[in-house]
Design a protein. Structure first.
Ligand SMILES: Nc1ncnc2c1ncn2[C@@H]1O[C@H](COP(=O)(O)OP(=O)(O)O)[C@@H](O)[C@H]1O
Ligand SMILES: [Mg+2]
Length: 333
């Protein structure tokens, strides 16, 4: 079991309230991602759940039981950090066994758990090595192994991939998703990277300044962002946000159009502009179009083979049913 409920939880450091009253329920077996800009309170929230920080007020329940005052080791949760914090002089086996040895667990049961975790993580052949003899990805897997053997009610990950290079990050992303499919244990995963959030989560919690801006599945957030912040934060490249007279035509303060929801033509269309920078990704090209008469540059996603060049005049036309409308307060209309 691994249901976690936060009930009006707040956190202040001195006079500064970092988490205003916050309610959240994480269901058993869910993969939940906390995402938001640096400093928005993601780690603090995770550490409150882990018990590494005390709440200022409110209640945390784990599987229905009040765990607000429960010490971290007794919460049945396992945390995986960005820095793997492995012991360099110990073998992989000893590193993974560490929490079990500390708990004084029977040796046979320790071995059973270590072998099982090593198998899931493809570390069976590396149990006798030292961390220094492993790649970055393998080290991260050892750190995860140390969490798995505890058989926690939930795994808590705080930006576990930010120290890895881009290719390895994509790989580990898949491995962690696969691990979740295998273990079916609740996972809470913190990242500032919305692509990680979109690709891994069952449920995304978007945070800004300690506030939950929106909770939903990746596609819910993509299709129906509740406000301008979520609209701009989820999706890559970012949604084009347009104010002024053009938005007023749609009876809105701001309208939003995603780069993939505009067509491009060299002869006619709604907004005429001039091609600036092109980003060629092979499969797609992102064109940045300026001098449209709208406030900002527009980004449009085109076919990878599109034959337009810097300085060309182009026309962009948004798909009418894909225009997002927002009011004065930035809320979705
Ligand atoms: N121990 C602390 N003492 C004082 N302020 C802190 C402490 N830990 C975090 N903060 C502040 O709380 C806010 C949220 O921090 P954090 O949860 O680390 O954000 P994130 O993980 O989203 O980058 C930041 O403004 C940070 O400076
Ligand atoms: Mg953090």
């Amino acid at each position: 079991m691994g249901t976690i409920t936060l009930d009006k939880v707040t956190k202040s450091f001195g006079a500064v309230q970092v988490i205003p009253p916050l309610d959240l329920t994480i269901g058993d077996g869910e993969f939940v991602v906390f995402v938001g800009p640096s400093g928005c309170g993601k780690s603090t929230l995770l550490r409150l759940i882990a018990g590494l920080e005390d709440v200022t007020s409110g209640e945390i329940r784990i599987d229905g039981r009040n765990a607000t005052e429960t010490p971290p080791a007794k919460r049945g949760l396992a945390m995986v950090f960005q820095s793997y914090a492995l012991y360099p002089h110990m073998s992989v086996r000893k590193n993974i066994a560490f929490p079990l040895r500390m708990a004084g667990m029977d040796k046979a049961e320790q071995d059973r758990r270590i072998e099982a975790a090593a198998k899931v993580l493809n570390l069976s052949d590396y149990l006798d090595r030292r961390p220094g003899q492993l790649s970055g990805g393998q080290r991260q897997r050892v750190a995860i192994g140390r969490a798995i053997v505890r058989e926690p009610a939930a795994f808590l990950f705080d930006e576990p991939l930010s120290n890895l290079d881009a290719a390895l990050r994509v790989n580990m992303r898949l491995e962690i998703s696969e691990l979740h499919n295998t273990l079916e244990t609740t996972m809470i995963y913190v990242t500032h990277d919305q692509v990680e959030a979109m690709t891994m989560a069952d449920k995304i919690v978007v945070l800004r300044a300690g506030n939950i801006e929106q909770v939903g599945s990746p596609l819910e957030l993509y299709r129906n962002p509740r406000n301008v912040f979520v609209a701009g934060f989820i999706g890559s490249p970012k949604m084009n946000l347009i104010d002024g007279a053009e938005a007023a035509k749609h009876d809105a303060k701001t309208i939003g159009v995603r780069p993939e929801h505009m067509s491009i033509s060299t002869t006619d269309g709604q907004w005429r502009g001039v091609v600036g920078v092109s980003e060629h990704l092979g499969s797609d090209t992102f064109l940045h179009v300026h001098d449209t008469g709208l406030a900002d540059t527009l980004t449009v996603r085109c076919d990878g083979e599109i034959g337009v060049h810097h300085g060309d005049a182009v026309y962009l036309t948004p798909q009418p049913d894909k225009i997002h409308r927002f009011d004065e307060a930035g809320l979705r209309l």
